[in-house]
Design a binder for this molecule. Structure first.
Ligand SMILES: *Cc1c(COP(=O)(O)O)cnc(C)c1O
Length: 224
């Protein structure tokens, strides 16, 4: 039997005040989210736009919904009106679409840029030079309805602790570098989203501010 509230309490007891827990509830039923909610958990992470929208409609309105999965441009419209943070912006076209949809609903949508830090080919994300090029561009300066609040990354799925450490360190170094060069006067550029069930303790050593934990809270996911 999984005990969601026990699991959350145990994880919370390991977190310094600077780290926020994103409870990754993708594929999990709304009853599981309600159980987590009762312990005071308010940030939930989802990776499918329609699933997130349905849960948003059914559940308490003080939940902060974080989108963490790969987001197709034609799905932005399903979440733009309520999403609290999009962790997974991995192309500039996507950011442009979020900006355009955000204009329509009169919001400024907080976003993180996802960086490719893992050895695996399959992980989405930008390189450092792509981000720099974009931040200097006129297109970016004209985007008034998105706010870049930091970076997100996923380490290689591996037993090799040194490899994982080096990837988290790299993401943290990129964050500091961008902060100094482009966001020195922007206090909202402050988030480093890194660390999942298997590696969040390591990620926190390198300055993670948002950990995205699913299976250690809710148990294994069943994909139907
Ligand atoms: C599913 C997912 C997680 C949570 O993974 P767990 O190993 O279950 O903690 C974290 N981040 C992203 C981007 C995910 O897609």
């Amino acid at each position: 039997m999984i005990n969601i509230s026990e699991n959350i309490k145990n994880i919370r007891s390991t977190l310094p005040e600077t780290v926020k827990l994103v409870a990754v509830s993708k594929t999990q039923p709304k009853e599981f989210i309600e159980e987590a909610y009762k312990t005071g958990q308010r940030i939930f992470g989802e990776s499918k736009p329609l699933e997130m929208r349905d849960k948003y409609q059914l559940l308490p309105k003080d939940i902060e919904w974080h989108f963490i999965g790969h987001l197709q441009t034609n799905k932005v419209k399903y979440l733009v009106s309520f999403v609290s943070l999009i962790h997974s912006v991995d192309t500039f076209k996507l950011l442009q679409t979020i900006n355009k949809e955000a204009v329509k609903v009169g919001r400024v949508v907080p976003c993180l840029l996802q960086m490719h830090i893992a050895k695996e080919e399959t992980k989405f994300g930008f390189s450092f030079s792509e981000i720099e090029e974009f931040l200097c561009s006129d297109e970016f300066k004209e985007m008034q309805n998105v706010k870049i609040c930091g970076l997100m990354g996923m380490a290689t799925y591996s037993e090799d602790e040194e490899l994982i450490r080096s990837e988290f360190k790299y993401l943290a170094d990129c964050f500091q570098n961008l902060k100094e060069k482009y966001f020195a006067d922007k206090e909202y550029f402050k988030e480093i989203s890194m660390g999942m069930s298997g590696d969040y303790l390591l990620a926190m050593e390198y300055g993670s501010t948002l950990i995205r934990v699913g299976s250690s809270i809710f148990g294994e996911r069943v994909y139907l």
